[in-house]
Design a protein around this ligand. Structure first.
Ligand SMILES: CC(C)(COP(=O)(O)OP(=O)(O)OC[C@H]1O[C@@H](n2cnc3c(N)ncnc32)[C@H](O)[C@@H]1OP(=O)(O)O)[C@@H](O)C(=O)NCCC(=O)NCCS
Length: 197
């Protein structure tokens, strides 16, 4: 098994921020950049474009949250959170996808860390993950973030990360991360250069 490590210069360039419902088209276009294998890994089976159109419309509904990973303003990965209805304590489900040319460079790990912090800050008790049993990369990431992994059959693995109460570190992770990303966006759009410099 080949293990790849994250290059620090790549990892530090990744910024994570929430995507909002007004960015639904950007979110939808992310799935067009996934190759068939990644799409199938993400959704558990091959999915048609028309399914993704409908899916993208529902992704921001209710208390669902979507996070995007950016490098130089380009959306390279997405982490999605769905709050599970009628569950007390509150539980959520998360799913991740990264464009093929950026896989194995730390993007999924950065999304995972932000989602955990965001859910911890909202009092969510645990986050569930589903992936194919053959998805060693996702299973490694889940394990790295302390998920309890269970095989639900030969095809699928189910993981659950139990979350502690909000901590100063989780609040800083979320607030600082969003602020950095927002500042970068303003800088790239020249707003800061024109108004501060
Ligand atoms: C799964 C996915 C989201 C992970 O994101 P990513 O950006 O590629 O992952 P990262 O680079 O952050 O981390 C990958 C980790 O897996 C490890 N890894 C890579 N190949 C591996 C393998 N064959 N076996 C075990 N670990 C492996 C890497 O070393 C890295 O671990 P490290 O951070 O401890 O070094 C991404 O690969 C993807 O989009 N895959 C297709 C869609 C999918 O499978 N989604 C998951 C279902 S919800």
């Amino acid at each position: 098994m080949t293990m790849h490590s994250t290059a620090p210069e790549t990892a530090t360039a990744i910024t994570i921020r929430r995507l909002w419902s007004s960015e639904r088209d950007l979110f939808r276009s992310h799935f067009d950049r996934l190759d068939p294998a990644s799409r199938a890994m993400r959704f558990g089976a091959a999915v048609h474009d028309s399914f993704l159109d409908i899916y993208a419309r529902s992704a921001f509904a209710g208390g669902n949250m979507v996070f995007g990973a950016f490098v130089d303003g380009e959306l390279l990965g997405v982490g999605e959170v769905k709050l599970l209805a009628n569950s007390l304590p509150i539980r959520a489900e998360a799913a991740f996808s990264v464009v093929p040319e950026w896989q194995d460079k730390g993007v999924g790990d950065a999304l995972f860390a932000r989602i955990i912090a965001a859910l911890q800050n909202r009092g969510v008790s645990s986050v569930l993950l589903w992936c194919r049993s053959s998805n060693h990369r996702m299973r490694h990431l889940a394990d790295k973030h302390n998920a309890e992994l269970n095989f639900t059959g030969s095809e699928e693995t189910h993981g659950e990360v139990r979350l502690p109460w909000p901590m100063p570190s989780s609040i800083i992770e979320e607030v600082y991360g969003e602020a950095i990303c927002y500042t970068n966006t303003l800088w790239r759009s020249n707003w800061l250069k024109r108004n501060v410099a």
